[in-house]
Design a protein around this ligand. Structure first.
Ligand SMILES: C[S@@+](CC[C@H](N)C(=O)[O-])C[C@H]1O[C@@H](n2cnc3c(N)ncnc32)[C@H](O)[C@@H]1O
Length: 191
């Protein structure tokens, strides 16, 4: 599975990128107004194109990834803008690896398919009425050797969230890169 990839695959990919930061995800820009003021946990943040965008927009951001190269590059991009970014090297394939990360007002998961086990625990990491933003290749995306069926968001992935979250927006988008879906959930207020 190259898209989700092994650690070696991603270390190598980030080590060979240029010093230019990629543009933030279009869907994140389009939906930033849904976010709750405060903090963001960027899960599988990579080298931080979305993290930096969120810092630019006044959020306090923690970026999590298993790639040391990615996190070093993120820190470099943050330094260039005089931003502080908290980074944590975490392997998301390890059960409960997010358990002690803390509580955030928003969580972003962009182009990473979190396991159902991790997703079912995510309610513990988000404040009341906090936003869970997830975007990536969706169920209709044409698979190939890099992006396989296992990498695609499936409509049933998020059934585990129904009890604690309300789906406030769902969108599909087809462009030259493929078929994308975006889910925006809001955590229900505890009564
Ligand atoms: C397709 S990139 C997306 C990066 C970023 N979210 C973005 O939108 O630019 C997938 C990211 O997931 C990270 N990743 C893959 N498997 C992981 C794992 N088991 N634990 C933590 N991070 C992982 C990779 O290092 C890479 O940064």
């Amino acid at each position: 599975m190259e898209y989700m990839g092994s650690k070696e695959y991603w270390e190598d990919k980030f080590a060979n990128r240029s010093d230019e930061l990629l543009n933030p995800e279009r869907s994140l820009i389009e939906n930033i107004s849904y976010f709750k003021k405060g903090s963001v946990l960027d899960i599988a943040c990579g080298d931080g194109r979305n993290t930096i965008y969120l810092l630019n927009n006044g959020f306090k951001v923690t970026g999590v990834d298993f790639s040391c190269e990615a996190l070093e590059r993120l820190k470099m991009f943050a330094d260039r803008n005089n931003y502080f970014v908290d980074t944590q090297q975490i392997d998301l394939s390890i059960e409960n690896s997010l358990r002690d990360i803390g509580i955030f007002d928003n969580i972003v998961i962009n182009h990473y398919r979190l396991s159902k086990e991790q997703l079912s625990g995510i309610e513990n990491n988000i404040s009341d009425e906090g936003i869970l933003f997830m975007s990536g290749f969706g169920y209709k995306h044409q698979t190939d050797s890099k992006i396989r069926k296992d990498d695609l968001f499936q409509p049933t992935d998020f059934d585990v969230l129904k009890k604690s979250f309300e789906l406030i927006k769902y969108s599909e988008n087809q462009d030259d890169r493929g078929f994308f879906v975006t889910y925006i959930f809001r955590k229900r207020k505890e009564s």
